[in-house]
Unconditional design. Sequence first.
Length: 134
Amino acid sequence: MIRTDSEISYVPASRSIISSLPFQTAIGTAIPSLGASGAILAVLAMFAAASPDSRLTIVFLPMITVAASTGLKGLMMLDAAGIVSGWRLFDHAAHLGGALFGLAWFHGGANAVWGRREIFMTWWHENVRGGKKR
């Protein structure tokens, strides 16, 4: 569960490389990911998890609305099909990885990370900063 509004900004930064790099390494491609689409999918996934019945519209087709949870499932299925089919127009691995990361962060990842912050900061100050605290 996201605890603060500012916490949502940490997710895109931490998610950007994590999701598509392992997949691209596995299939042996050297094409780097570019853009923020995976990070945007992470934020959309958190929104859909927090508010699944909210209505979303498609930008170019505003007369079509879907529930946030349904829209997210559709995007995830499209990206999974893109990975399996080998479509190369978009970085489907980054999209799918971003959505999965957003869902994982919403359903416990935030508490797992922030709950261990003090342990890490203590270790950091004792070992990396030479025992000095600022």
